[in-house]
Write a protein that binds this ligand. Structure first.
Ligand code: NAD
Length: 438
């Protein structure tokens, strides 16, 4: 099939490459010429495991192209909209400017019968508005939310655990379903379940999945707060409750909380939209979810002050991790960046490292020093804080770091280090809601 993907960021670039690997002819389109220049040379414009290989495979097969010209979408019959829907400045609501700009730019190139497929995460009701907008072109609309996880995005795109088609129940459903089934023939043949819903349900599925995940994380972080106040250990608690099949252990890791370009803005957009349509009370709990999450960042800063005798001012603090999660260079709403900013504001001298995110962090945070190895980051540190659970950080040998630091003190912001090993190597180890060992 001939497919266009409008918007080639973390979602769209991966989607375009994955569709080409699945055998389709794909053109990826983005207004960011730098991104297009990279992608056109088979270079991933951001760090995502497997993306360079998928791009290379798509190009080698002659099925993949990128362009900054929307007119290049004219030969495609299926057009995915994968542009950003960030939080609006000064509001909790989603900024839909990019979605509507992309659809409007695409409209002159749509042919009767083409299928426009929304992938961006949007407030419920957006799809109907787009369907009305494109109606004069005789193109049709579907909503097909995306569930990929950065760090696993290529694999998630090739092998999704479910595929949701939002299709208006207007008599064309079967025909549109057949088109989407052909797009996703490869994962469907592997057994990926397909769910067909109304447009509104498909839009809400994505937002509610993220709201649930955010709630699960904030739930365990609330328990970490209780554990911190009572001397319980939230990791043991998570193991114990996680064995209940109704609860499950995944996403029950207490730490510095969630971040990234999705969960924080998606729960805020859901609250804003629910308020707008008069059902704000239904998701009022998400305000607490957001607040618990942001409190974790402040908690790390107070814990740092406590471990440094009452204040971080004038202390050298080393941060391990900048991206919001490992295996990604994405720093959008990253807890690590907030913590770095708060520590510098309180007068600490902050030095940070990350395997992939330094360049992105450098662009938005200039008050910290960046180092390209763990050793140079922790040199003469009064305190080390692990903020992103990259494997290379989790595997650090504490006794190798001891001679480098000024004081052997560490905060494990993700509860991923072997506490006993760090304690045995003479470190003052503090986790998030974990037992305190003197
Ligand atoms: P992103 O910021 O990385 O990418 C968005 C891209 O859209 C940018 O490259 C931008 O230049 C481009 N763009 C903006 N306006 C355009 C236009 N008019 N025409 C063409 N391109 C345009 O964002 P992202 O993380 O890829 O997210 C995109 C959407 O997918 C969002 O709605 C997000 O919530 C959703 N989503 C993201 C993920 C994820 O893990 N990143 C997962 C699922 C869903």
């Amino acid at each position: 099939m001939q497919i266009s993907v409008i918007g080639c960021g973390y979602l769209g670039a991966v989607h375009a490459a994955a569709l080409a690997v699945m055998g389709h002819e794909v053109v990826g389109i983005d207004v960011d010429e730098r991104k297009i220049a990279d992608l056109s040379q088979s270079r991933a414009p951001f760090f995502e495991p497997g993306l360079p290989e998928a791009l290379t495979e798509g190009f080698a097969a002659g099925r993949l192209a990128f362009s900054s010209e929307i007119s290049e979408a004219k030969n495609a019959t299926v057009h995915f909209i994968a542009v950003g829907t960030p939080q609006k400045a000064g509001s909790n609501a989603a900024d839909l400017t990019y979605v509507f700009a992309a659809v409007e730019a695409l409209m002159p190139h749509l042919k009767p019968g083409d299928l426009v497929v929304g992938k961006s995460t949007v407030p419920v009701g957006t799809a109907r508005r787009i369907a009305e907008l494109i109606a004069p072109t005789d193109a049709r609309l579907a909503w097909n939310p995306e569930f990929l996880r950065e760090g696993f995005a290529v694999n998630d795109s090739m092998h999704p655990d479910r595929i949701v088609y939002g299709l208006a129940d207007d008599g064309n459903r079967d025909e549109l379903k057949q088109v989407l089934d052909a797009v996703y023939a490869t994962p469907i043949a592997e057994g990926a379940p397909v769910l067909v819903t109304e447009l509104e349900t498909a839009e809400l599925v994505k937002v509610s999945a993220n709201a649930f995940l955010a709630t699960k994380i904030s739930f365990i972080n609330s328990m970490a707060e209780i554990a911190e106040a009572t001397g319980a250990d939230v990791t043991e608690l998570a193991d114990a409750i996680g064995l209940d099949a109704r609860i499950g252990r995944r996403f029950l890791n207490a730490g510095v909380g969630f971040g990234g370009g999705c969960l924080p803005k998606d729960i805020r957009a859901l609250m804003a939209h629910a308020d707008e349509i008069g059902v704000g009370d239904s998701v009022a709990f998400l305000k607490e979810v957001d607040e618990v999450n942001l409190r974790r960042r402040a908690h790390v800063v107070s814990l740092a002050a406590e471990m440094l005798g009452g204040s971080v001012a004038g202390k050298r603090i080393s941060l391990l991790g900048l991206s919001f999660k490992p295996e990604s260079d994405d720093i959008r709403d990253s807890p690590a960046l907030s913590i770095a900013r708060l520590l510098s504001e309180d007068g600490a001298s902050v030095v940070a490292t990350d395997p992939e995110a330094i360049e992105n962090a450098r662009r938005v945070l200039t008050t910290v020093e960046y180092a390209d190895s763990v050793e140079s980051t922790v040199a003469n540190a009064d305190l080390v804080i692990l903020l992103t659970e990259w494997k290379s950080f989790v595997q650090i040998d504490p006794s190798a770091l001891s001679p480098l630091v000024s004081a052997a003190k560490i905060i494990d912001g993700r509860n991923v280090l072997d506490a006993q090993r760090w304690l045995a190597a003479g470190w003052d180890y503090r986790g998030m809601g974990r037992y305190r060992h003197e």
